[in-house]
Write a protein that binds this ligand. Structure first.
Ligand SMILES: NC(=O)c1ccc[n+]([C@@H]2O[C@H](COP(=O)([O-])OP(=O)(O)OC[C@H]3O[C@@H](n4cnc5c(N)ncnc54)[C@H](OP(=O)(O)O)[C@@H]3O)[C@@H](O)[C@H]2O)c1
Length: 268
């Protein structure tokens, strides 16, 4: 199975790198394209096994899965360019572009064909990873159009190798972007705040970061291992009348939960 990544910039090259580390693709099955020589050289340096080219048409023709990872405003022109090389009977299109809908993708893919009704229907996926895809720890949303169960399972398996993939309806992609893609920044902002607090409590910044990062990792591991929810784990730490509940209540008085929810809603 071959995969073409059209526009292997930040997210495209992170996907390529992650896939090469996994079991489903060899590096030589991954074809990366970009506009500039510099980007192609950088990608080739990351992994000498990758195929790199400026030729989007050739890359698309060779692949079973075509990942479109250019900026959203470039998607239409890229599809225009590769459309003659596509075979909708055999290939799947995966778009990473934020905000480009299935209706838009479908219309770009079938535009000006002149005999639309004779063409096979394009199988399209929209995916929304976050930057942790670089370290194979992305929360990735997947939405599918015209895909069979087998095709959907394959795409989910591919992105599960790069972290955790969740199949959602298209209408939830924007909410997912706020919760998981912007969500990385929100989680990091909590970490930054706790580090600053740690310094005020007497730790050097480096020590404070080590402490906070491992504390957050411990909290996440508890939820994943115990399959519990935050309230259950918080109850175990909050002795009645103790210091933890005092700290939590003080944070709530300053609007902690409300600030997080307001931030999430604002980024939708
Ligand atoms: N960054 C994120 O965290 C993130 C998360 C989720 C979704 N996304 C989506 O991912 C897409 C890419 O974002 P990004 O941050 O990775 O952008 P980026 O770093 O600018 O990557 C875009 C790539 O497209 C290449 N490109 C431009 N025109 C091309 C052409 N005609 N043919 C072949 N390649 C071409 C560029 O090549 P050059 O490098 O040579 O200019 C660049 O490498 C966007 O649609 C965005 O919405 C990004």
């Amino acid at each position: 199975m071959k995969i073409a990544i059209i526009g292997a910039g930040n997210i495209g090259s992170a996907i390529a790198n992650g896939l090469a580390k996994g079991d489903m693709f060899k590096a030589s099955d991954i074809i990366c394209t970009a506009q500039s020589v510099e980007t192609l050289e950088r990608i080739q340096k990351m992994n000498a096994g990758f195929q790199v080219t400026h030729d989007n048409k050739m890359a698309s023709k060779e692949a079973d899965i075509i990942v479109i990872a250019v900026k959203p405003w470039r998607v239409e022109e890229i599809i225009e360019e590769i459309r003659p090389s596509l075979n909708f009977d055999k290939q799947m299109i995966v778009s990473v572009a934020a905000g480009i809908t299935f209706d838009q993708l479908n219309s770009f893919l079938t535009k000006n064909s002149g005999f639309d009704e004779c063409l096979a229907t394009p199988v399209i996926f929209r995916i929304m990873p976050n930057t942790a895809i670089e370290v194979m720890s992305s929360m990735t949303f997947v939405a599918a159009r015209n895909a069979s169960t087998e095709q959907t399972d394959l795409i989910i398996r591919i992105f599960n190798e790069l972290g955790n993939a969740m199949l959602v309806e298209e209408r939830l992609m924007t909410a997912g972007t706020a919760l998981a893609s912007s969500g990385i920044a929100f989680a990091l902002r909590y970490i930054r705040a706790a580090i600053e607090g740690g310094v005020e409590l007497g730790f050097y910044p480096k020590q404070a970061q080590e402490i906070v990062v491992h504390t957050v990792k411990g909290a996440v591991d508890l939820l994943l291992e115990n399959k519990s929810n935050p309230e259950m784990e918080i109850d175990k730490v909050t002795t009645p009348g103790g210091i933890t509940i005092k700290g939590l209540n003080e944070m709530e008085l300053s609007g902690f939960t409300s600030a997080v929810i307001r931030g999430l809603k604002a980024s939708k």
